[in-house]
Design a protein around this ligand. Sequence first.
Ligand code: SAM
Ligand code: SF4
Length: 362
Amino acid sequence: MQKNISKILENETFSKTDIINLLKADENERQLIFKKAHEIKEKHVGLKTYYRGLVEFSNICYKNCFYCGIRAANKNIVRYDIDDKEILEAVEFAYKNKYASVVFQSGERDDDEFIERIENLLKKSKQITNNEIGITISLGEQTYETYKKWFDAGAHRYLLRIETSNKDLFYKIHPKNEKHNFEKRLKALKDIKKAGYQTGTGVMIGLPFQTIENLADDLLFFKENDIDMIGMGPFIEHTETPLYQYRKNLLPLNERFILSLKMIAILRIMMKDINIAAATALQAIDALGREKALKVGANIIMPNITPTQNRTNYQLYENKPCIDEGADDCTSCLEARIVIGGDELGYNEWGDSPHFSNRKKA
Ligand code: SAM
Ligand code: SF4
């Protein structure tokens, strides 16, 4: 089998069967995949990690995804919405600490008040940072007009995970209604790209009902859709969600973790010049989870800079890390761990996806 894995790794492109075999690699074999992914990272995007200061500014959401702890139907959490003033303080923190970029993320809303508020927030974030802060947003499905409005206001990267590229599985993890619609989500991804953003998506790994074939299709989906950035990580169950009933059918957490590392490594080999985030959910399983992802192909890390008092209420899943640490505590040893791991830090650099500029040139 080991020979097979080495042989597959020699291929220029991977077929679905190749990817399935790589995903099934055993402990020794997977080291070959990880080594190759690391070499490709070094050659195509450099051994450099870029920071994105993550501000989870509100857990108010009108959706009901079956996996998510902040879904609208969960009445057992305190809802919060951080003041613009505090959000802008977090932006200043990121800027002063040379993070160069922030990510604004929240539950999904599409009312006019929300749309306008985000527009202003984006403009102000630029103003207070001499137009220098790079902004990624992750605010769910919106109309093309809204995406464009926010792009024009200063955001230049957008993250909208497809969650799974398999339509049947999509409806096993979402209700089937107007707010949760597979085709709408696909269209949203296209609109994001059309509006001019560096386009990010991703999936959860280890979902109930998910197969290795589904995951192979997810990787092919990213390639076919010419995605610029990927954030994918393990699914972690939450008691107050419908998917919790399937917890006994899930892969053990450590296996979900290894599978996530394999997904990242295979993707790096398949899509050499994209940005790949080391998802926070990796850290919920292994304290050094994100650093391990950097060793196998990821190049983006998103330290949480949300004001601490609100973090406990942005619990998408159990065991969410760093909910009681301030931004400073969270980042002080992060740098040391990244550097020990062999990466340099891209301080004061946006670290945009090279794939995006290559795509534009082409
Ligand atoms: N509401 C926006 C959206 O859905 O795109 C942005 C925030 S949402 C909380 C961000 C991501 O969290 C989702 O795309 C999903 O993949 C992830 N997430 C939610 N629940 C999760 C869970 N139980 N385990 C792992 N990731 C989860
Ligand atoms: Fe809302 Fe996003 Fe959670 Fe779905 S994943 S319930 S849209 S916050």
